[in-house]
Design a protein around this ligand. Structure first.
Ligand code: PA5
Length: 490
């Protein structure tokens, strides 16, 4: 059983639905809840209203991620995507192409994970070792701020200094670094500590020119620290719009700034998301990918105890997609209280895996451990530039047996075998199939997952758009830092 969209994007749920799995009777028992959830999504699309959703400061807040795929002048008024904002991103690409040697994107959580997905998938591991020509004139890209790790920060700074020394001696000019500081709140410890260290260190280098771009809440009345700095110093600015939480921000300027820096087709990415949104307007459960995915996972949890979801794409460069999804699922659905204030401690626990790598580590547990998981595969149907595995050593019979097929065929045989083995032992699994790995299909998939957690929030009656749990450690961390400063006499 599979739901296939016109684009070829497929949700294969054969191993998740049917006899001994989630049943039609399970789904039928949620008929009314599903209808309500679908209605709630309509209201969200039309008005941005999500019942009982409150912002961090306890006031009602609109939810706008479903508007992001639509590039309209009206959306521009809300700092969402508009023809003018997309034009500006294209200009930013050209600016970077003509003026910048290296970009450092600083951010954490929602201000990092989606950007990393775009970079990994469209640039790959060796982007920074390619020549400028091979990168189409675009800069090298580095990430920072996703930890407070002095060693990694020093390594990055030293690396940039080394590149600057080479540029100075070979081209007799300054090395140009663009620091893109991304923080909705504008003051996150992890991001801002790295930002300040990097600014300080790089600005001390006579052969480095530093340019700064701020991506933050654009509100002028109540400016974030980063916004204030940007205004005071005349830095270029992009917006993290009101109503777009970090984990949904890959479709706004947070993700699109990285998309611009790597020369991705932004319109195609948003086009995929838009077409997925249209598909998710379908009120028929079996024709609506987000509602169906949410309903099956919710039922697998509530009726069959499958309270973990292993996100397991096949392919190295898709691992960060799994990491992005972990945040999406964990922050959206891991909630102690429901919308009526009742303690529910809801949430399926997400796990990162990647095929085939983790077949050699986690699969033992998936296959024989507790019956508490759904393994969600992601498959790319057609890989570009595939290798045929050659019969390089004809005398080695075992190696000859694996020759003649392409690497992507072998990858799919491995994934299919894993799926079959899991299914043969009551292990629920499902697969999203992308016809190819391009902007359009990635947009479809990421949007489907975002919309899916929105549906599941409604089914579980929890607010999928807040994250009160992360405030707990922050309330402790702030005073602790001040105590530390005091004890150091600062
Ligand atoms: O999803 C979220 O809201 C978080 O993961 C944030 O993105 C993360 O904490 C970073 O916050 P900020 O963008 O304010 O620096």
């Amino acid at each position: 059983m599979a739901l296939t969209l016109k684009s070829g994007f497929t949700f294969d749920y054969d191993n998740l639905f049917g006899e001994g799995k989630v049943t039609q009777a399970d789904l039928d028992s949620y008929k009314e809840d599903l209808a309500k959830a679908h209605e709630a999504m309509k209201v969200m699309r039309d008005s941005g209203i999500i019942k009982a959703h409150l912002s961090k400061d306890g006031t009602p807040e609109k939810v706008y991620f479903s508007k992001l795929p639509y590039i309209t002048a009206d959306n521009g008024k809300l700092n969402l995507n508009s023809p003018a904002s997309i034009q500006r991103l294209h200009k930013f690409t050209e600016h970077l192409r003509n003026n910048i040697d290296a970009v450092v994107s600083l951010g954490i959580g929602g201000s990092f994970l989606g950007n990393k997905v775009l970079f990994d998938i469209f640039c790959g591991e060796f982007w920074n070792t390619k020549t400028k020509e091979e990168r189409g004139g675009l800069p090298k890209i580095y990430f920072s701020g996703q930890n407070i790790d002095t060693r990694r920060t020093r390594d990055l700074i030293n690396h940039l200094k080394a590149m600057a020394a080479v540029t100075e001696s070979h081209e007799n000019r300054k090395y140009k670094v663009c620091l893109i500081c991304i923080s909705k709140s504008g003051g996150t410890l992890d991001t801002m500590s790295n930002f300040m260290v990097m600014c300080d260190e790089l600005k001390k280098c006579a052969n480095i020119e530093v340019e700064i771009v701020a991506v933050t809440d654009p509100n002028m009345e109540k400016k974030t620290i980063l916004k204030q700095l940007a205004v005071d110093n005349g830095w270029e600015q992009f917006a993290v719009p009101d109503g777009v939480g970090g984990r949904f921000s890959v479709f706004c300027e947070v993700g699109l700034v990285t998309a611009a820096a790597i020369g991705m087709d932004i319109e195609l990415f948003l086009g995929g998301a838009r077409d997925m949104d249209e598909a998710c307007k379908n009120e028929n459960l079996f024709e609506n990918p987000a509602m169906l995915n949410a309903a099956l996972k919710f039922a697998a949890y509530k009726k069959h105890g499958r309270n973990m979801e292993v996100m397991m794409p096949y392919g190295d460069y898709l691992k960060s997609l799994s990491e992005w999804y972990i945040q999406l699922l964990a922050e959206s659905l891991g909630k102690q209280f429901d919308k009526d204030g009742k303690e529910v401690c809801y949430g399926r626990t997400p796990l990162v895996a990647v095929g085939t790598t983790d077949m050699h580590s986690q699969t033992q547990q998936h296959q024989e451990g507790m019956l508490d998981k759904v393994v969600q595969f992601i498959k790319v149907a057609k890989w570009a530039d595939d290798y045929v595995i050659p019969n390089a050593f004809p005398s080695a019979k075992k190696l000859a047996d694996i020759s003649g097929v392409t690497m992507s065929e072998a990858l799919e045989v491995a994934r299919q075998s894993n799926a079959d083995a899991l299914s043969s032992n009551k292990r629920f699994n499902a697969c999203f199939v992308l016809p190819e790995l391009n902007e359009y299909h990635l947009g479809e998939l990421m949007y489907l997952l975002a919309m899916s957690v929105a549906y599941e929030g409604e089914l579980a009656n929890v607010d999928a758009f807040n994250q009160p749990g992360v405030e707990a450690y922050k309330r402790i961390m702030g005073p602790k830092l001040q105590e530390l400063k005091k004890s150091k006499g600062l």
